[in-house]
Design a protein around this ligand. Structure first.
Ligand code: XIL
Length: 381
């Protein structure tokens, strides 16, 4: 053996050593996938809700994470009527235009949220008494807003939360002024204004049997009227240790049996005490110290339970990946979650996959591992 060969061998050993060493420092999952969106690329889109600072690019740590982890975005608030249509003849498109542009630039699908919702309505709309005027507001709002983003965003939550827990129609200004057909009418108007944009119905707890039945009926009614509906969003505001996996699975099957795409649109898992489930934004609870136990961080046992819940959920999502098109988290990191302020103000909540320092939590690792494990299994190792 010549000196040259010995040296080459030595260099190879050193290089190999360095490679192995540096790979040890990486989280196990990052060897085969860069982020959630890459890991689940062949399964479904992975989305997040964006707040105003994130849409404006003012949160650089979030910007990095968004680019790395997500390929779908939903504006958390800025496309709701009170912001985008603050007065009868005034539309405020600036931020919505920005999220559309951000989506285009970064190759992220934008879901418009939401055209018709009883909450976050501008004051003038809430105070309309006359039925014809309310009908005009309804028509103008959908036509103008959906029309502006036709070809610029991928989809709309056309109607949000029109149902009660028992599956009947929720009492709202829309039901009151326009009657129960307002949902079908909203989809008809959206279809006309945005013929190539996907149109969804979105709600919370619509995986629960009674509400699911009401939701299925609503969908059938829209279809029977010859109007297009492409998908149904299950918001997915669930509670730690109580993920309704059976109801979720039954719902995925029932909705997709009607030919609809199924998506999980506002996923987060509440870790703090709460005396009700769901996400009715008008429900509130008074604050007291027992309701805010994790100000200094999550105890390990709770962290592990959260990780298990997310793991179970994503395992179920993967089982039905042929029916699920998107899973969107309601926020980028724990510090930005709406659950810090609702239903109790000023709490420290921990419902997402990234903590307040934008670091991945054990739940993230568990979710990512589902994919690395499947990849390994299918390779026959
Ligand atoms: C929430 C936002 O996250 C908050 O910032 C806002 O104050 C209230 O609305 N269901 C929905 C979302 O469809 O639009 C709600 O978002 C959460 C419940």
């Amino acid at each position: 053996m010549t000196i040259k060969w010995v040296l080459t061998g030595l260099v190879a050993v050193v290089l190999l050593g360095t490679a192995c060493d540096s790979s040890k420092k990486l989280p196990a999952t990052s060897q085969s996938a860069k982020g959630l969106k890459d890991a689940f690329k062949k399964d479904f889109l992975i989305g997040t809700a964006l707040n105003t600072a994130q849409i404006q690019g003012k949160d650089s740590a979030a910007a990095r994470l968004i680019q790395q982890q997500f390929n779908a975005v939903t504006p958390e608030n800025i496309m709701k009527a009170e912001i985008i249509h603050p007065q009868w003849n005034v539309y405020n498109f600036e931020l919505a235009d920005q999220i559309a542009a951000l989506g285009k630039k970064q190759g992220m699908k934008v879901n418009g949220h939401t055209l018709i919702w009883h909450s976050q309505l501008p004051a003038y709309a809430r105070n309309i008494r006359d039925i014809d005027s309310f009908h005009t507001f309804f028509t103008n709002h959908i036509s103008t807003v959906a029309g502006r983003y036709e070809g610029k965003i991928a989809s709309w939550d056309v109607v949000n939360e029109a149902l009660n827990e028992d599956g009947t129609m929720r009492k709202s200004i829309f039901l009151d002024k326009l009657g129960p057909d307002f949902v079908t009418d909203a989809f008809r108007l959206a279809q006309k204004a945005a013929p190539t944009t996907e149109l969804y119905y979105n709600d919370y707890n619509n995986e629960q049997p009674a509400k699911r039945e009401g939701c299925l009926q609503l969908i059938r009614k829209i279809k029977e009227a010859g109007v297009r509906i492409d998908g149904v969003g299950i918001q997915g505001h669930w509670h730690i240790g109580k993920i309704p996996l059976k109801a979720i699975e039954e719902s995925i099957l029932a909705y997709s049996a009607l030919g609809l795409k199924v998506m999980f649109t506002e996923l987060d898992i509440e870790v703090l005490p709460r005396n009700f489930s769901g996400a009715d934004v008008s429900q509130r609870m008074d604050n007291n110290p027992t309701l805010n136990p994790y100000v200094n961080g999550l105890p390990d046992s709770v962290q592990q339970q959260l990780a298990k819940d997310y793991e179970d959920l994503f395992r179920l999502f993967l089982k039905h990946k042929d029916k699920i098109t998107r899973v969107t988290f309601w926020g980028v990191n724990d510090g930005q979650s709406w659950l810090n302020g609702w239903p109790v103000r000023g709490r420290t909540n921990h419902p997402l996959l990234f903590d307040r320092q934008y670091r991945p939590k054990p739940a993230y690792e568990k979710v990512m591992k589902l994919k690395t494990e499947t990849a390994t299994e299918s390779r026959g190792f």
